[in-house]
Write a protein that binds this ligand. Structure first.
Ligand code: SF4
Ligand code: SF4
Ligand code: SF4
Length: 327
């Protein structure tokens, strides 16, 4: 084989691989299904009164300090998630910001913490499996001993949840682990999450994903203005109920399907994008990126195979030339 034919054949193999990719050879794997005994939370923004009892309880359960302001080192002024805050209540205001849960001239509360995705992007991109999804409960946990501090998980999360602790000399990621990490283990002990336990209105409700989704859909089926007894605590065995007029909810449960679904779901009366939720389709990030990776690897194998064959041909021809005494 001469040099011209070598390049011609190599180029042919590469073009064939590229054409296969371009022709739609890239396949996303299916989204993962919810874990068989998935637990989660339902945050109903219309029930939230912004008291931040959930933020304080989260810090107490997880042994985390308040975020101070000025000389006041005792009260917590956390405005967003950080290495000191796994759960935060934010406020959205529009116009005069006078009417709760109204889109015009209104305001609304929003809870930010890990959504415990059904098919978590952070788990998929972590190169050392420091983030894992529990096979039964679906809780997404973090192992600081395995973490190498690369921060790739921060890019794999559609909700900007993982926070890097820059003050920690070993580097560390901080995020909600549903109060079930080593040393806390509230769920394993049969307790509910700290934030759900502390919430006075049931705005943060704990339970199985299935029971929470059913509760959310029950609320969406009610007529606005009708009175409903909202449960508090664990949706499967509520501590108490409180009656309240049903608001005009958005017609979907955030987290039923978004990016493959989440175990922490939200309800709101104003559009979710106003509360800072990202535009997401139903396909999980993890299914797309892992599908592309495996397709690329399989097609990249083609040029390697072609190169292997060409190398063998060159070797055979060269040895034939040598045996024939050429050059
Ligand atoms: S919200 Fe982000 S950090 Fe939490 S499980 Fe999903 S991808 Fe991971
Ligand atoms: S589940 Fe636990 S760690 Fe997560 S936000 Fe609630 S209290 Fe904080
Ligand atoms: S404890 Fe409940 S009502 Fe209070 S801020 Fe948290 S979610 Fe809202």
């Amino acid at each position: 084989m001469d040099r011209r034919n070598f390049f011609k054949t190599s180029l042919g193999a590469t073009v064939a691989s590229a054409a296969a990719l371009a022709a739609g050879g890239v396949q996303a794997r299916p989204n993962l299904d919810p874990a068989p005994e998935a637990v989660g939370m339902l945050y109903d923004a219309t029930l939230c009164v912004g008291c931040k009892a959930c933020v304080s309880k989260c810090k107490e359960v997880n042994g985390m300090p308040p975020v101070p302001m000025g000389q006041d080192t005792h009260a917590d002024f956390a405005l967003d998630l950080s290495a000191k805050t796994r759960n935060v209540i934010k406020i959205h205001t529009e116009g005069k910001g006078a009417v709760k849960d109204a889109a015009a001239d209104g305001f609304a509360f929003e809870k930010r913490s890990c959504m415990h995705c059904v098919d978590p992007g952070c788990v998929s991109v972590c190169p050392v499996s420091a983030l894992t999804r529990h096979p039964m409960t679906g809780i997404v946990s973090y192992n600081k001993d395995a973490c190498i501090g690369c921060r790739t998980c921060m890019t794999g999360c559609p909700y900007n949840v993982p926070q890097y602790d820059y003050d920690n000399p070993f580097g560390q990621i901080v995020k909600c682990e549903m109060c079930n990490q080593k040393g806390v283990e509230r769920i394993d002990k049969g307790l509910m999450t700290g934030c759900a336990e502390a919430c006075p209105t049931g705005a943060t409700l704990f339970g199985s994903r299935g029971a929470l989704l059913a509760e959310a859909k029950r609320r969406l089926a009610l007529k606005p203005g009708e009175t409903y007894a909202y449960p508090r605590g664990d949706v499967r065995k509520p501590d108490s109920f409180h009656e309240k007029a049903v608001p005009g909810y958005q017609k979907t449960v955030w987290g039923e399907k978004e990016a493959g679904g989440t175990n922490v779901m939200h309800l709101s009366a104003i559009p979710y994008d106003k509360l800072g939720m990202p535009p997401l389709g139903e396909r999980s990030y993890a299914s797309i990126s892992e599908g592309v990776q495996s397709t690329l690897y399989s097609y990249l194998a083609l040029p390697v195979v072609a190169l292997g064959g060409l190398t063998w041909l060159v070797k055979r021809n060269t040895s034939g030339e040598k045996e024939g005494g050429a050059e």
